[in-house]
Design a protein around this ligand. Structure first.
Ligand SMILES: *Cc1c(COP(=O)(O)O)cnc(C)c1O
Length: 460
């Protein structure tokens, strides 16, 4: 399998180069040259364990890692780091909930970032060299990234978060990791400031090449690939249990990464009736699917902070297919969108008949948490609750629905307490953090302070 850029200006590359490049060198997103179709294999796939299925799916997209190495990478990623398995499926009321939060940092991001950590280490060991990962986080990506690469050889990770502007738990999940290759940076600014520092540093091609900067956010194709697996895993189980022909999938969305993985699964042949896209008050994506207009608003702070995003970095991948796989049209989109903050896609009627979309506000989110606790004795985290609310609103009752649980409720105890009146969202991994030592560098809000700190900390 070869990979290309949505903007059409890189030569086709293999999987290993794709993982190392992160964002394409032409500024686009890297995608596979073709999407493999596997409908005829689904009968066999439904009998496989999670790791076996991951191997079958990865093999379709990876032709430059030997089979045995690939198997070892999968086992190292999913066998002991998740408790008790990578993707437990629960039936709650009449919906299926896929609990993707049993990894080290209790969010679904562990599923992809445990794999990425192993991939980076494997590639660097094989090809030599080192990697300096620079990330910005408003919450879950930072800790999942840190746990993906801590203590690994030839890799440093620098994660910026806005000083005093993330939750105490999220901060502790990152700053209690004292490994030598982990550098937490609190920037005296907002999350947007952190992200713009990251973009400016990564856009300095000389610096990027000299210090071998790498990416762990969901522009990295390996993250999407890792997530395709669980849609097949859970989808096939649900179809087997319910004996239905098709299922609906509902995903709470921020950067459009997780929902994009479900779309790839559909394209590859998973029998999906509808993909239901759920947003919080930051509803640029649900507005797009309902009107065809992609237009940026102001980021609102909500109780599902991992979804407080206006420009979804993975949307360009979807748009590429929507615009007839034509890089010229993507470049037009980028130009118009950068200039005006808005883009309209020509449509007759619906933008994409596969998608349904709506948003949940704070009240909807808290009420749904309360309802599921009282009815089913099940605690939803606020992100998962956004998905459940919208899924229940839009679903077809004749077909099964798969909802993605993206975080453990213990990461957001205050929202749970305000929803159900009791402080009961606990997890031993979170309790343990409270007494641990922390390490963090506080820096001014400018890219040179961050660059200087990186240069000073890097051992080449
Ligand atoms: C990152 C995240 C999301 C959003 O996922 P995307 O792939 O960015 O759409 C939703 N919920 C939680 C808990 C997250 O950490």
């Amino acid at each position: 399998m070869k990979y290309i850029s949505t903007r059409g200006n890189i030569k086709p590359i293999n999987f290993i180069e794709t993982v190392m490049m992160g964002l394409a060198d032409d500024g686009g997103l890297i995608i596979p040259e073709i999407i493999p179709e596997i409908s005829s294999n689904l009968g066999q796939y439904k009998k496989l364990s999670y790791n076996e299925l991951a191997y079958q799916i990865f093999k379709l997209f990876i032709s430059d890692i030997p089979d045995n190495d690939l198997k070892k990478l999968i086992d190292a990623s999913y066998s002991t780091n998740f408790d008790p398995e990578a993707a437990p499926l629960k039936k709650v009321g009449d919906t299926y909930i896929l609990e993707l939060f049993t990894g080290p940092t209790l969010s679904f991001k562990d599923v992809a970032l445990q794999l990425i950590g192993n991939l980076f280490e494997y590639i660097l060991e094989k090809n030599g060299g080192f990697l300096n990962i620079l990330g910005a986080t408003s919450g879950d990506t930072g800790s999942a990234g840190i746990y993906g690469v801590k203590d690994r050889k030839n890799i440093n990770i620098f994660v910026m978060h806005p000083y005093k502007k993330i939750s105490d738990i999220q901060e502790k999940q990152m700053t209690t990791v004292l490994s030598k290759n982990v550098f937490n940076i609190a920037v005296k600014g907002s999350f947007d400031d952190c992200q713009s520092i990251m973009k400016r540093i990564a856009g300095d091609i000389k610096f990027k090449k000299e210090y071998r900067l790498g990416a762990i956010n969901s522009v990295n194709w390996a993250r999407i690939l890792a997530q395709i697996v669980y849609y097949f895993y859970a989808g096939l189980k649900i179809l087997e249990i319910t004996k239905k022909e098709k299922l609906q999938i509902c995903v709470p969305t921020g950067n459009f990464g997780n929902v994009l993985a479900s779309w790839y699964a559909y394209k590859m042949g998973l029998p999906v009736h509808k993909i239901i896209l759920a947003t919080n008050e930051n509803d640029i994506l649900s507005r797009f699917f309902n009107t065809g207009i992609y237009s940026i608003g102001k980021v609102a702070e909500t109780i599902s902070p991992a979804m407080d995003i206006q420009i979804a970095s993975n949307f360009e991948r979807y748009l590429y297919y929507k615009l007839e796989e034509d890089p010229c049209k993507i470049n037009d989109f980028i130009n118009v969108f950068l200039k005006t903050g808005s883009f309209k896609i020509d449509k007759d009627g619906v933008v994409d008949p596969l998608f349904l979309s709506d948003n949940a506000d704070k009240k909807n989110t808290l009420n749904t948490i309360k309802e599921y606790y009282e009815k089913y004795d099940y605690i939803l985290d606020p992100h998962t609750s956004v998905g459940i609310y919208v899924g229940n609103k839009l679903k077809n009752n004749d077909l099964p629905i798969l909802n993605i649980a993206t975080a453990h409720p213990a990461k957001f105890p205050d929202s749970i307490k305000s929803a159900i009146g009791k402080d009961i969202a606990k997890h031993p991994k979170i309790e343990k953090l409270k007494s641990q030592k922390t390490r963090c560098e506080i820096l001014e809000n400018d890219q040179n302070s961050v660059k200087e700190f990186m240069i000073k900390s890097i051992i080449k």
